[in-house]
Design a protein around this ligand. Structure first.
Ligand SMILES: Cc1cc2nc3c(=O)[nH]c(=O)nc-3n(C[C@H](O)[C@H](O)[C@H](O)COP(=O)(O)OP(=O)(O)OC[C@H]3O[C@@H](n4cnc5c(N)ncnc54)[C@H](O)[C@@H]3O)c2cc1C
Length: 420
């Protein structure tokens, strides 16, 4: 019989300092007998991107991590519009005034604000910058070897792959896994918001302005700033070769050229972004994993590395933070026995991600069926295609995502274990 050694003391290496890595570091630092090191490739922890939505699911986990009160800046998104970008027709409006018992309103904030709030709660000495992981090597009972670009080598009992959608940890431990360009390219910028709102007062409200294959998102993010995130879809068979990087600077002309059929005020707003301020993000996705752990419970994935859904729900930072929280709870519950804690992490998080994959496949089928009712992609008018694209009220209940209470999820898992 093989007797597994239960490591009461655990050396954990977290790869990546995004929301997943930082929240894992915060949560693990609070449990006994765990040494945590977080390795981040960047020289300075600085989020690329622009804004980020913090809904109830994210607030719930931020509360549990003790970070919620540190995140104080943002624009309350009590109204969200969907408009036809060519005619200005309001196709759909969501109004959700914060209920009285709801402590924190949904907000759109700057990504840097979330990041600095999380960093403020990571104990000193945990984060190591300029440490780009190039590979991990399974050293069996000795642990996992970490090889960094600077030539240094480390060893850990447990490696947490929080290194995002292009994860080196995942690509080493799951060598068959592949992500592919979805066809969607996103350009994002932050800018002073008063002059944008002067073009059309509807820009003061968070909203999507649509064409059938593109949209432009406008949202204030607090502190006088706002965010424009513009998306276009191109056939991935033709365009995927150039779409390998993330957060690449692109010219104004390049971005604006995709939105020439939009209303003049939308085009003028795009033109307000300064040369050099646009960043391009090519959306990649990959299939569902059958397990989030590998190498005999010495490797675990959290956040985007574990579910390459290309930001489909606009809540990936929330999911990443929930992962970090559950991983720490599971380790604490089983006193750092990875052979019991990691299967529990898998059992809680894997079905949740499966449900997301299933939901997206269903939504795609529904859109295709609606398009068929309008005579197919060729026959449907611009306005019909925009209406089909915008999912109207009466759609599926999404509270399992946006209202997820990860503390209650953990309590239910513990109750189930106790019941046997
Ligand atoms: C257009 C868009 C809009 C989005 N909007 C929202 C939103 O409104 N709300 C929301 O919650 N989510 C949103 N998301 C999703 C969210 O950005 C991600 O899900 C979230 O950032 C995932 O966090 P993470 O920590 O897993 O990965 P990341 O944020 O990608 O962080 C990974 C970190 O790992 C580091 N790293 C990578 N490789 C290495 C290496 N080899 N060695 C060392 N370090 C490494 C990176 O530098 C980075 O700091 C959006 C995503 C997109 C694309």
């Amino acid at each position: 019989m093989v007797v597994r050694e239960i490591k009461r003391h655990l050396n954990v290496a977290i790869i990546g300092g995004g929301p997943g890595g930082l929240s894992t570091a915060i949560a693990l630092s609070k449990i006994p007998n765990v040494d945590v090191q977080l390795y981040e490739q960047a020289k300075v922890l600085r989020e690329v991107g622009a804004g980020i939505s913090i809904g109830q699911n994210s607030w719930n986990v931020l509360e549990l991590l003790g970070v919620a009160d540190t995140l104080t800046s943002g624009h309350v998104t009590s109204i969200i519009l969907n408009l036809n970008g060519k005619t200005g027709e309001e196709v759909h409006r969501v109004e959700r005034p914060p209920p009285k018992d709801q402590k924190r309103a949904n907000i759109r904030t700057q990504r840097t604000k979330l990041q600095s709030a999380l960093v403020a709660h990571v104990p000193p000495g945990v984060i190591q910058l300029s440490k780009k992981l190039v590979k991990v090597v399974d050293q069996n009972l000795a642990g996992v070897e970490l090889h960094f670009e600077d030539g240094t080598v480390g060893l850990a009992d447990l490696v947490v792959g929080a290194d995002g959608i292009r994860s080196v940890v995942r690509d080493t431990a799951w060598p068959e896994y592949e992500i592919k360009f979805t066809g969607t390219t996103i350009w994002r910028a932050l800018l002073a918001w008063d002059e944008v709102v002067a073009l059309d007062e509807r820009f003061a409200t968070t909203g999507w302005w649509h064409s059938p294959t593109t949209h432009v998102w406008f949202s204030p993010v607090g502190e006088g700033l706002g965010e424009i995130a513009a998306r276009a879809w191109h056939d991935p068979k033709i365009h995927s070769a150039s779409k390998v990087s993330w957060g690449v600077p692109v010219t104004k002309e390049h971005v604006e050229s995709h939105f020439t059929e939009y209303l003049p005020q939308v085009q003028e707003a795009l033109a307000l972004v300064k040369e050099g301020d646009w960043r391009e993000f090519a959306a990649f996705s990959g299939p569902e994993l059958s397990k989030l752990t590998a190498w005999g419970n010495k490797v675990v994935l959290v956040g985007d590395s574990s579910h390459a859904l290309s930001g489909a729900f606009g809540s990936g930072a929330g999911f990443a933070m929930e992962d970090g929280y559950i991983l720490a709870r599971a380790l604490e519950y089983f006193r750092n026995d990875v052979h019991r804690a990691l299967p529990l992490f898998d059992a809680i998080r894997l079905p949740y991600y499966s449900r997301m994959y299933l939901h997206l496949a269903g939504e795609q089928k529904k859109r295709e069926a609606k398009l068929e009712q309008h005579g197919g992609a060729e026959a449907a008018s611009f306005d019909d295609k925009v209406r089909i694209k915008v999912i109207k009220g009466g759609g599926p209940d999404m509270s399992w995502i946006y209202g997820n209470n990860i503390g209650a999820v953990w309590d239910a898992a513990v109750a189930a274990i106790r019941l046997g």
